[in-house]
Write a protein that binds this ligand. Structure first.
Ligand code: HEC
Length: 161
């Protein structure tokens, strides 16, 4: 299996677990607070590393290829984690208002969310390849990753808690 196929497979697996868990017996009373906390923490890590790269891409922080590569690799590593258990059915913003911004569409349109996760992984592979080259390359690839984040947030994340 090529590296790209392997990484896409990992991303697919991460969200495939969501569908699998859908056949389980999640009770209506469950608050899923642990899973929600974990996925918000996971997304905050994404946000932290993207914030670091944004500073470099905007020229607020001097470009350093090794540093930019390290951050890109952190993001790619995050995207290949198996996070299926953080997305149990019944943990959407309709079932748990005020606790999460995850829309029911994550589950009801499954596996559409997997395609978005795969698109992000592909964009991150591009970022890893470009980040250490020079600032212009980093800027181009960074834009594509930001678009991939937004590409999932638009359909699957509500504006507010
Ligand atoms: C496959 C879909 C998907 C992708 C890709 C994705 N996100 Fe998210 N993200 C979500 C969902 C859904 C939520 C809402 C989670 C919740 O409230 O339970 C979220 C929430 C967040 C949050 C808010 C966390 C909080 O504490 O409220 C941040 C920040 C975030 N994402 C950053 C990112 C960044 C940066 C990227 C790209 C590097 C990214 N996300 C990629 C689906 C995605």
């Amino acid at each position: 299996m090529t590296r790209r196929a392997l990484i896409s497979a990992a991303a697919a697996l991460a969200f495939a677990l969501v569908a699998f868990a859908g056949t389980g017996t999640a009770s209506a009373q469950e608050d899923h607070s642990g899973a929600i906390k974990a996925r918000l923490a996971y997304m905050q890590l994404n946000g932290f590393f993207m914030g670091q790269l944004a500073g470099i891409a905007k020229g607020q922080v001097p470009y350093d290829g090794a540093q930019a590569s390290g951050i890109a690799n952190n993001l790619l590593a995050l995207s290949t984690m198996d996070v299926g258990a953080m997305w149990p059915p019944g943990s959407d913003n309709g079932a748990l208002p005020g606790k999460t911004r995850a829309k029911a569409e994550v589950w009801t349109t499954f596996p559409a969310v997997v395609e978005k996760a795969d698109a992000m992984t592909k964009a991150l592979e591009g970022l890893v390849a470009a980040a250490g080259t020079d600032l212009a390359s980093l800027q181009g690839a960074f834009g594509a990753v930001g678009a991939a984040c937004g590409g999932c947030h638009r359909p699957f994340r509500a504006e507010r808690f």
